[in-house]
Design a protein. Structure first.
Lengths: 112, 112
């Protein structure tokens, strides 16, 4: 089955800096890659996603890039703010599996 | 606003009890999922369902069963609760097999 590895497990940045979280996946058939943000005590929420027919997608301060050849994708957050502090999960979905496989999460702390 | 509703936010049960966790979605989604979330272990899939009366085992199905009699409702059943099933349980749904998830707020279950 699919295996997703996520790095780093923790990330601390100063407010205004950029943050990058990286994930690798194993199944070349995976074609959908969502990212979720989970604030403390709250549910995970989908913040951005990318499908395998594009290499990059941007939404205001967040962007996701996908390298299908290398089987890795990354989340980029620019101009970080304290409210970006949360746990971020990447995931990969394979059509036949009918489910997403999640990375273990990255705890991002943005220091004011 | 689309919603996934879990019936209980906090639940305390005794060892050996049969426990029902209920999840209802109002988005007419085909797919529903049950995850448990434990510190340091990320999101682990217990069971999922892609249609009424259909179910698939996830990564950690032992000690659990599920029921999906109606499209909008997906129940997780702990046949005989044990202390190692103390956890946060998250329900999710998605429109398509390869699509983003909407999560419920979670049920924090404590088995004593």
């Amino acid at each position: 089955g699919e295996n997703v590895e996520q790095h780093p497990s923790t990330l601390s940045v100063q407010e205004g800096d950029s943050a990058v979280i990286k994930c690798t996946y194993s199944d070349s058939a995976s074609n959908y890659f969502p990212w979720y943000k989970q604030e403390l005590g709250k549910r995970p929420q989908l913040i951005i996603d990318i499908r395998s027919n594009v290499g990059e997608k941007k939404d205001q301060r967040i962007a996701v890039t996908l390298n299908k050849t290398a089987k890795h994708f990354s989340l980029h957050i620019t101009e970080t703010q304290p409210e970006d502090s949360a746990v971020y999960f990447c995931a990969a979905s394979t059509p036949n599996a009918g489910k997403s496989t999640f990375g273990d999460g990255t705890t991002l702390t943005v220091k004011p | 606003d689309v919603k996934v509703t879990q019936s209980s936010r906090y639940l305390v049960k005794r060892t050996g009890e049969k426990v029902f966790l209920e999840c209802v979605q109002d988005m007419d989604h085909e797919n529903m999922f049950w995850y448990r979330q434990d510190p340091g272990l990320g999101l682990r899939l217990i069971y999922f369902s892609y249609d009424v009366k259909m179910k698939e085992k996830g990564d950690i199905p032992e000690g659990y069963s599920v029921s999906r009699e109606k499209k909008e409702r997906f129940s997780l059943i702990l046949e005989s609760a044990s202390t190692n099933q103390t956890s946060m349980y998250l329900c999710a749904s998605s429109r398509d097999r390869v699509d983003g998830y909407t999560f419920g707020s979670g049920t924090r279950l404590t088995v004593v």
